[in-house]
Each structure stands twice: as C-alpha cells, then as structure tokens.
Design a protein around this ligand. Structure first.
Ligand code: NAD
Ligand code: UDP
Length: 316
C-alpha cells in the first residue's frame, strides 16, 4: 500500500493557500501549513476537521521545521496587496528571496516537487499585450512595487539556479489577478475594496480614470490550474513556468460598474489618484497552459463576483 502523500503549503492561512489546502485534503493528501499570520487568518482554515491536517505558525524567512517526509511543497507565502508594498517592503522582499530559498531547500532535502507562486507582476507595466511566458517584462527596479515584483523575479531565478545545479523539481506559476471568498475585506486589492465599499454603502474608489485594465480569475479556476501544473508529467511541466489566469479583460471602471450590478447598494463611483507604476494593461496569454494541461478557466466575472459577495455577506 502506498503512503498518504504529504504536502507542505506555505501561506496556507491566506486567501489562495487556504483554498489549495481544501483541494489537497479533498484528494486525500496529508497537509501541513506554515504561516506567520501576517496577512492570513486562522479563520480561513477553521472549517477544516481532517486528521490529515496540521497548521503551524512559522515564518518562512526562518529555516523550515523537520518533517518525516514531504512529497510536494507549495510556496504560496507572501503578502500580495499593493497596499502592503511600502509598509512591509523588507518582509516581502525577504519572504520571496530567503523564504523561497528555504522552501526550495525543503524540497531538495525530501526530493519533493516545489510549486512556486510567482506573479503577473514580473511583467511590470507591460509593453507586450497580452503577456506570454517568453516576455521579459518592464519592471521598475527602484519603484514602489519593486520589493514585491523584483523579489518574485529573483525567486524565479533562484528556482532555475537550483534546478540547474541540484536538479530540484520546481514548477512555477505566474498568477494573474485572482479573487474570491476569504480575501480580507480590508486587503486593499481592488475586488475586496469595491465589495466592502458597496456593502457598506460607501462610494467605490476608482484610482485614476479607471481605464487601466485587468483580467480577473475566480479562485476555483486558479486552484485547478495549480493542481494541473503539479499533476502533469515531468516531460510536460518539469522545471517550467505557466501563466495562470482568466483572459476576460476589462477596465477598472467596468469592474466598478459590475460590482454595482451585483450588490444592492446606494454607492456611487468616486476617483482617487492613480498610484505610481500602476500597470496600464494586464491580460494573460494562457495558451501554454491550456495547450499542455487539461485546464482552462470557466467562471465568468459576474458569476464569480456573485459568489464572492455571498461569502463577504456571510462573514459580516
Ligand atoms: P494572502 O495575503 O491572502 O496570502 C499570503 C499568505 O502568506 C498569508 O497567509 C500570510 O500570512 C502568509 N505569509 C506572508 N509572509 C509570510 C512569511 N514570511 N512567512 C510565513 N507566511 C507568510 O495573498 P494571496 O492572494 O493568497 O497570495 C498567495 C500567493 O499567491 C502569494 O505568493 C502571492 O504573491 C501570489 N499571487 C497572488 C495573486 C492573487 O491575485 N491573489 C496574484 C499573483 C500572485
Ligand atoms: N484600484 C482601484 N481602486 C481600489 C484598489 C485598486 O481603482 O480601491 C486599481 C489599481 O490602481 C489597479 C487595479 O485596481 O489599477 C488593480 O489593483 P489591485 O491592487 O487589485 O492589484 P494590481 O493588479 O495593481 O496588483
């Protein structure tokens, strides 16, 4: 009889991490989360009753604890809200460099597969649209987003270095704007901001004129993509990088209107200054993932927003 596979999920108490934990447990894994509860919440895992689950308070900037066996490491830890890029700059930069090193070392020690959560931010304010994996990006190394996007870029480079030198099995996903239940209402990212504002009856704060675009992916689609990348054969996904996201692109003003359509509210739209280096456009080219893996997103924005509103209302 084969032993139960053990997955270590860093950032497991966060938005994406907690959904990943649910997915792995449902498939029979033993799961251990490592989280410093900086932007994550134990409440995101309070529903888990499985005996195969353990949560540990641990900062990934510190060496990982000893484990008996590890089959897969999902390195999801990192604050991800632009609101935190200044206030937690050093923590973020080290989580994605020192923390990534510790995650890779854990995978190396156990001959495990590492899933690295990278980001569309590695493309910066892109001059190529939509963004495909071969595009090297347009990132301001000294800008306000640098602690996040440059450390994510370094994390990817470190993974490639370990793969070359030590043959560690690292698979990287570049995650594009993803939303859903369990995002903190005060997270600072646009969908939790707009939903909380609409539910309170406050005006929705569109930064700039709202013509900048994003492409929003519902969490269940994203988690299915991550699982597909790790499940794929080595000759299909080994050592590789995949964009994951939804290709439905819209302006932030259109998003604000979509939120006002799904929430019964008196809120209107107000404008605030656009932050420096805010990307003008963003849309993933996901042809690599859809071609190699049996995956593509299926939840549209209106449907995903309705599911997220319901969860936000429930948690109030
Ligand atoms: P989140 O803030 O909800 O989750 C991050 C989790 O990591 C939190 O639980 C936090 O407490 C934990 N964490 C942060 N620093 C840590 C440290 N030093 N040690 C231990 N735990 C730490 O954010 P999320 O949206 O779930 O993002 C998860 C991952 O996905 C991040 O790596 C992020 O960069 C990446 N990502 C997310 C998106 C998105 O749209 N949600 C887009 C691109 C990339
Ligand atoms: N944004 C906005 N109002 C808000 C929060 C964000 O208009 O209350 C804009 C932000 O300027 C950006 C887009 O929405 O153009 C997406 O922002 P988010 O912080 O969610 O993620 P980003 O894609 O910038 O990393």
């Amino acid at each position: 009889m084969t032993e139960t596979p053990h997955a270590v999920v860093t950032g497991g108490a966060g938005f994406l991490g907690s959904h990943l934990v649910d997915s792995l447990l449902a498939d029979g894994y033993r799961v251990t989360t490592l989280d410093n509860y900086g932007s994550g919440r134990p409440a995101n895992l309070a529903h888990v009753e499985s005996e195969r689950f353990e949560s540990r308070e641990h900062d990934v900037r510190d060496e990982f604890p000893d484990f008996d066996r590890v089959d897969e490491v999902y390195h999801m830890a990192s604050r991800a809200s632009p609101d935190d890029f200044a206030s937690h700059a050093v923590e973020i930069a080290l989580t994605n460099s020192e923390g990534t090193r510790n995650a890779i070392e854990c995978a190396l020690a156990h001959d495990a597969t590492l899933l690295l959560a990278s980001t569309s931010e590695v493309y910066g304010d892109p001059e190529v649209h939509p963004q495909h994996e071969e595009y090297n990006g347009n990132v301001n190394v000294r800008g306000p987003r640098a602690p996040y996007d440059e450390s994510k870029r370094f994390g990817e480079a470190l993974a490639v270095a370990y793969d070359q030198q030590y043959d560690v099995e690292v698979r990287t996903v570049r995650i594009f704007n993803t939303y859903g239940p369990r995002m903190r209402p005060d997270d600072g990212r646009v969908i939790p901001n707009f939903l909380s504002q609409a539910l309170r009856g406050d005006d929705l704060t569109v930064y700039g004129d709202g013509t900048q675009t994003r492409s929003f992916c519902y969490v269940d689609d994203l988690i299915a993509g991550i699982r597909a990348v790790v499940a794929a054969d080595r000759d299909v996904a080994g050592g590789d990088v995949f964009n994951l996201g939804n290709t439905e692109e819209g302006t932030i003003l259109e998003l604000a209107k979509a939120v006002l359509d799904v929430v019964d509210t008196e809120s209107e739209i107000t404008h605030e200054p656009l932050p420096q280096d805010d990307p003008e456009v963003r849309r993933p080219d996901i042809s690599k993932a859809t071609g190699a893996l049996e995956w593509e997103p299926s939840v549209g924005l209106a449907d995903g927003l309705e599911r997220t509103v319901a969860a936000f209302e429930e948690s109030e």
